[in-house]
Design a protein around this ligand. Sequence first.
Ligand code: C5P
Length: 219
Amino acid sequence: SDAALLSGKRVVITAGPTREAIDPVRYLTNHSSGKMGYALADQAARMGADVTLISGPVTLPTPTNVTRINVTSAREMAQAAEKSALRADLFIGAAAVADYHVANAETQKHKKQSGQTGWTLQLAENPDIIARIARHEQRPGIVVGFAAETADVVHYAQDKLQRKNLDWIVANDVSRSDIGFNSDDNQVVVFGRDGQQFDLPQQSKSQLAGALLALFMKD
Ligand code: C5P
């Protein structure tokens, strides 16, 4: 059984979207529900791990026996991850981190000006959280990323695996509405740094989480 597979292991997971402020009442975000990351945290705890879940804003309940750290922006998520993930046994980046924040965010609510028909937001790059952690001198033992793609899934996933220095990448096709974002099921292809490829059939995110954790922790 997998019941004690992660006993004594420290697992850190990022999940959900990030929210990037435009002004005090507006923000940029994406469609991530957090379900996959929460399912991984729940299963890892059931398998005996000490689990920290760094979560963007989602409506999901905290899984039993999981330490949850709430964050809003990508930059906050990066700080929380660098505090808790270094030297962990397993780090999984399941969050849909915004690639950019608003460089000209306003501290007061933006007012429509008469005569102005537009409003230009300037976007600046966010830190790549998983790439930083995977290149750190206190790198976790195993680092796993997700690649949510709408086309050329295999090509982009393998590129990310290398570029971000990951051990595993879990690729899914978010152009399909029956799996991926906000759905209860997922179907993924997993690529390993040594060229391994595993096609996992469509199943619930909690079943899939158990299968993925078993795969990552095997030997
Ligand atoms: O480059 P892309 O966003 O598609 O990469 C997805 C993977 O990288 C996910 O594991 C995601 O959590 C992670 N990521 C991150 N920080 C970012 C962007 C993505 O940790 N700024």
